[in-house]
Design a protein around this ligand. Structure first.
Ligand code: UD1
Ligand code: CA
Length: 455
């Protein structure tokens, strides 16, 4: 099989984004655009990927890590100049080189494969991936001769009025014969409206050398979209979201209203889970089967076992084991682990804590920096007092403990198993197993008080 290589262009500043963040790092459905591109290029089966970095090079490299090799483009003199930077890595290779931009996040491996296959079937030396655009503004136009064969690409800024009417656009993705690509690039000049070395000029150069150049017009035109500004970013995000939501529904997930369901690209959801409107599932989140994620919930970088119910709650960097439930209006803050069949009710905040199976934290409680055993009942309004103004301290509560309402548990503290804490207590000392702790002012009843007041 012919070797496949890829060059990903990611050195531009992206000035039209008007952003401190480099363009290719802007996320679409939770993943930087260049991450989507590399995912698809990898899936298309390439031997070697070279990413051209320039603006924000260190940030892009930090993000992509070892997945690709890198070539630095010190000055951004155009897409042709960018590809030249990969010469050292690829020059002598025999094979097909895919060139793709870091700002086309919607292209799929399937389309890239179709492009490779078409390129080989036509025995072409260069094949442009093109698409029909209802509004081609901003894109390079694919100019064909009277026989319909490809002549060249003309950039928007260099196009004459009739060329501007052409609706077949260059997606910025191409297959090239690797050696011919670098030979032709040495002939690309910068005498054009932008004073840049354009990669698309390679097409005309090869054509003039009587090499076969062709275009593969993809059926799913929306995939070819390039993101240059925030308007396009929102459009790409919408299309990506629709694609993700459709995939989950096809896998057996019920989305009550897909138009208001926001699922990042890395999230997995088990079958028969039901997701209500206005839910966001973000980052590296894993949701089991038969879960219910109620309206207005947000789950970030968290793992939910099968049969978990979340009602209007926020869960971050945490784990909920199977058949546990939370909400409405509760918050799992980072590093919390909620055990099997645990009940977390309303207005509860949990942070950096573990909660054993079947424990109940029903109402208006703060559990911070604590380890709770199994089958505990935490009364309404209980506060784990974890912070002394300088340091955080931990509390441990053993299995089967009963904590009455409105207790303050002042850490560091150990409440041993089968103990009881009386409602309204402020507990500052460890509580031994099977004992009852009461720490509150005793009640006095002043009799006949009513008659002492003037009436
Ligand atoms: C480019 C194409 C245009 C095509 C469109 C598709 C050229 C001259 N034009 O235009 O025909 O329709 O993409 O989306 O190629 N980059 C570098 N170094 C540079 C310049 C750019 O690495 O010196 C990178 C950018 O980071 C970006 C990609 O190349 O990822 C494309 O550059 P951009 O400026 O967005 O090109 P367009 O104007 O969109
Ligand atoms: Ca672009």
């Amino acid at each position: 099989m012919t070797q496949r290589y890829a060059i990903v262009l990611a050195a531009g500043q992206g000035s039209r984004m008007k952003s401190k963040l480099y363009k290719v790092l802007h996320p679409v459905a939770g993943k930087p655009m260049v991450g989507h591109v590399i995912d698809q290029v990898e899936a298309a089966g390439t031997e070697k990927i070279v990413t051209i970095v320039g603006y924000g090079a260190e940030k892009v490299k930090d993000y992509l890590g070892e997945r690709t090799e890198y070539a630095l483009q010190e000055e951004q003199l155009g897409t042709g100049h960018a590809v030249v930077q990969a010469e050292m890595h690829l020059k002598d290779k025999e094979g097909i080189t895919l060139v793709i931009c870091g700002d086309t996040p919607l292209l799929t491996a399937e389309t890239l494969n179709n492009l490779f296959t078409y390129h080989q079937a036509q025995n072409a030396k260069a094949t442009i991936l093109t698409a029909h655009a209802d509004d081609p503004t901003g894109y390079g136009r694919v100019i064909r001769n009277e026989n319909g064969s490809v002549e060249k690409i003309v950039e928007q800024k260099d196009a004459n009025p009739s060329e501007r009417l052409v609706q077949e656009i260059n997606t910025g993705t191409y297959c090239f014969d690797n050696r011919l690509l670098f030979e032709a690039l040495s002939q690309v000049g910068n005498d054009n409206a932008q004073g840049e070395y354009y990669l698309p000029d390679v097409i005309e150069i090869l054509k003039n050398q009587n090499e076969t150049v062709d275009a593969y017009k993809m059926p799913n035109e929306a995939e070819g979209m390039g993101v240059n500004d925030r308007v396009a970013l929102a459009e790409a995000t919408l299309l990506m979201r629709q694609r993700i939501n459709r995939m989950h529904m096809q896998n057996g997930v019920t989305l009550i209203d897909p138009t208001t369901t926001y699922i990042d690209s890395e999230v997995t959801v088990g079958a028969d889970t039901v997701i209500e409107p206005n839910v966001s599932l973000k980052g590296q989140t894993v949701i089991g089967e038969d879960c219910f994620i109620g309206a207005n919930s947000e789950v970030l970088n968290s793992t939910l076992g099968d049969g978990v119910r979340v009602t209007s709650s926020t869960i971050k960097d945490s784990i909920m084991e199977k058949a546990s439930n939370i909400g409405p209006y509760s918050h799992l803050r980072p590093n919390s682990r909620v055990g099997e069949a645990v009940h977390i009710g309303n207005f509860v905040e949990i942070k950096n804590a573990t909660i054993g199976a079947t424990t109940k934290v029903g109402h208006l409680t703060y559990v911070g920096d604590a380890d709770l055993g199994k089958n505990i009942n935490i009364g309404c309004g209980t506060i784990f007092v974890n912070y002394d103004g300088k340091n955080k301290h931990r509390t441990t509560v053993g299995d089967n403990v009963f904590i009455g309402c409105n207790a303050n548990l002042i850490a560091p503290l150990m409440v041993e198993k089968n103990a009881y804490i009386a409602a309204g207590s402020t507990i500052t000392k460890d509580v031994p197993t099977e004992s009852m702790a009461i720490g509150r002012v005793r009640q006095e009843n002043k009799l006949d008080y009513f008659n002492k007041l003037p009436h």
